[in-house]
Design a protein around this ligand. Structure first.
Ligand code: SAH
Length: 445
């Protein structure tokens, strides 16, 4: 270890920043954020010995190398810790790369030798540490006194904290559900025991491309002990789960009948009751035709804590994949998401007015009917449509046509993957849309 790491308490103490420019500004701002009284020295002359002596720490961001070196030398003589930007050789301390999560701070040093490496490590750690970790530290700090008073025995108290910080209470704080976490914490203190570790996260896996996972989804998948997943979730995404995680497919395809919804809900409850961290992984977003609503009802009824993590829903992924704007100030002022498989065969009621985009989910069977209904309601039969199969995946396929021909288009172009139908003027703007429709679009505009 070349440098000894410490965390300085600069609150109310003077920090001298020598030099002008962006880096000096940034340094001054960071120091002020840590509570330091920042003194700037922007002139080309050297700071006086008095200036240096009154500072607890000196940062030199001067453009002139001679000024920087002389300032560092003076500060060293005065025994004030000094850091010169990009000059570890004349600094008495070096600046680490920092991951800042409020009270939780990670500082990464590479002996001043390889700042780029430090930054790369920082990026990795940043991904690892949830954004709200600082809030979790604050949450724990607020309860520290109460827990100590209620649970005087040290070992019992440590066990309680371990279960709080590794369990559902912490997960709720990290998911921004502090009120629920607070209530659970009060209950834990009253019972002198933290709740069991079981929790269910309803996680949206997006349309397929693993890069479209949210940061939180990725972290929860990596931490899960049980992953209960739809068929729509691609193997690339599942591969992020731990090797020892239990993977339970509950989807329809691959020749199996789908697991009945009640059974899925029972699985969630059973594994969470056994104290496991369960991820219920769904294609797209859990609350867009994903039965997320039914599952959280079941979890609520069973008293199981849960969180919901949104995902990129199919229409957003598919549209981005083919450069299809879903709204457009000139061509579409509404976006409607409808299912072709409503219960009891009910066809969604939707407006047939022009200048709006319709995304039809699970719509290959219903497409012809839906098109008929829209045209009967007055929508132009020449309205462009796209059928996107396996959107955002390597085997993505797109077929373009018009509302009039939608039924045939869907029948002719049917693979095995999930397919989304998009109807609306802006389809003509998509990459690969036929010239004819584009020309027509231009005429309409
Ligand atoms: N919760 C999911 C939707 C589940 S319903 C979401 O938010 O996206 C299943 C339907 O979603 C499929 O029938 C298809 O219409 C659509 N879908 C899901 N993934 C898709 C993909 N990668 N490409 C095209 N359509 C997709």
């Amino acid at each position: 270890m070349r440098h000894f790491p410490i965390f300085l308490d600069l609150c109310g103490r003077t920090a001298l920043v020598v030099g002008a420019g962006e880096r000096a500004e940034a340094k001054a701002a960071a120091l002020a954020a840590a509570g330091a009284a920042v003194v700037r020295h922007e002139g080309a002359d050297l700071p006086t010995p008095e200036q240096l002596r009154s500072a607890s720490v000196v940062f030199v961001c001067a453009g002139d190398p001679a000024q920087a070196a002389a300032t560092a030398e003076r500060a060293t003589v005065e025994r004030v810790p000094v850091n010169v930007v990009d000059r570890p050789d004349i600094s008495t301390f070096v600046m680490p790369a920092i991951v800042d999560r409020g009270d939780v701070v990670v500082a990464i040093g590479t002996g001043g030798a390889a700042p780029v490496l430090a930054r790369r490590i920082r990026a990795r750690i940043q991904q690892l540490l949830p954004e709200r970790l600082g809030r979790l530290a604050g949450f724990a700090a607020r309860f520290r006194g109460t827990v100590k008073a209620a649970v005087p025995d040290f070992d019992q108290r440590r066990r309680l904290w371990e279960r709080v910080l590794a369990g559902p209470i912490a997960e709720q704080v990290l998911a921004g559900r502090e009120a629920e976490a607070q209530a659970a914490m009060v209950e834990a203190i009253n019972r002198r025991e933290a709740p069991p570790a079981g929790i269910v996260h309803l996680v949206g896996a997006g349309p397929g491309d693993p890069e479209l996972l949210t940061v939180r989804a990725l972290r929860l998948i990596e931490e899960a002990e049980v992953v209960i997943h739809d068929d729509l979730v691609s193997p690339d995404i599942l591969s992020h789960a731990r090797v020892d995680a239990l993977r339970i497919p509950v989807g329809k395809r691959q020749g199996r009948p789908s697991t009945p919804q009640a059974e899925i809900e029972a699985l969630l409850v059973r594994h969470a009751r056994a104290g496991r961290r369960v991820v219920r992984l769904k294609g797209g977003d859990p609350f867009v035709f994903g039965r997320g609503g039914e599952e959280i009802e079941a979890l609520r009824a069973a008293g199981i804590p849960f969180t919901v993590v949104p995902g990129i829903t199919a229409v957003l992924g598919c549209a981005a994949a083919i450069d299809l704007p879903l709204t457009h100030r000139d061509h579409a002022s509404a976006l409607t998401l409808v299912t072709g498989e409503g219960r009891a065969g009910a066809r969604p009621a939707m407006s047939a007015a022009p200048h709006q985009t319709v995304a039809l989910y699970m719509g290959t069977r219903a497409a012809a009917d839906v098109a008929q209904g829209l045209m009967a309601g007055g929508r132009d039969p020449e309205t462009p449509v796209a059928v996107i199969e396996n959107g955002t995946r390597p085997d993505q396929r797109v077929a373009f046509g018009t509302l009039r021909g939608l039924g045939d288009l869907v029948r002719a172009d049917r693979g095995n993957g999930p397919a989304l139908v998009v109807i609306g003027e802006t389809v003509a703007l998509a990459r690969g849309a036929p010239e004819a429709t584009s020309a027509r679009q231009a005429a309409c505009a």
